[in-house]
Design a protein around this ligand. Sequence first.
Ligand code: SAM
Length: 217
Amino acid sequence: MSPALPAGVERRRFDGRERLATRGDPVYGEPQDDEGWRAWDAGRSKLGAMLEIGMDLGIDGDDGVLYLGAASGTTVSHVADFAGPTYAVEFAPRPTRDLVGVAESRPNLFPLLKDAREPETYAHVVESDLDCLIQDVATRGQATVALRNREFLAPDGRLLAAFKARSEDVLSDPAEVFDDVLAELRAGYEILETQRLDRFHDDHLAVVAEPRPEGSE
Ligand code: SAM
């Protein structure tokens, strides 16, 4: 049996097809129903794909979230629809401008034009002991980014990350790239579940992990 969806995420019918949905203003042309729900497109969202394939994300309504690699807000808008304070880090100015627009109707969404490799530049803004660190940065050194941002997580918090093989190494076998990513990640996290997302996103590995207690590395 699939794990329960987070409070605030439902399966609803759009155009005769059952899809994940959250309630909020539309962002990327997704279908809406007349009760204010909007479809969450798993083909455009790695977190949506993780929910769609039944991964146990351990995320719930009202959770505090740090989201790394927010782009123009496709996925983080859905997260902010059901979560609590949601800090959205993106280092490219152009998508961040769109993200600011997405946040206008979401008072719990805080866009940050910052580099996720430099958490010290936003540590004064982002609260600590967050429930959830969501990462989709598609850049070289993805495991290092997750390790550097571990400080924001509560001891029982969750890392929900999508690692893109080609961002690490275009030539190597993705399976080998993922082995290396997981080996690095284990320095600071206990891996709870991994799944390939190929049904929705080529050469991506989704990882659910929890921070290892200080001193256990
Ligand atoms: N998560 C987004 C979504 O589902 O709506 C899509 C993210 S896109 C695959 C990856 C994003 O990560 C890009 O917008 C890119 O600019 C951003 N990114 C890459 N490296 C970054 C870094 N070091 N700090 C912040 N953002 C970064």
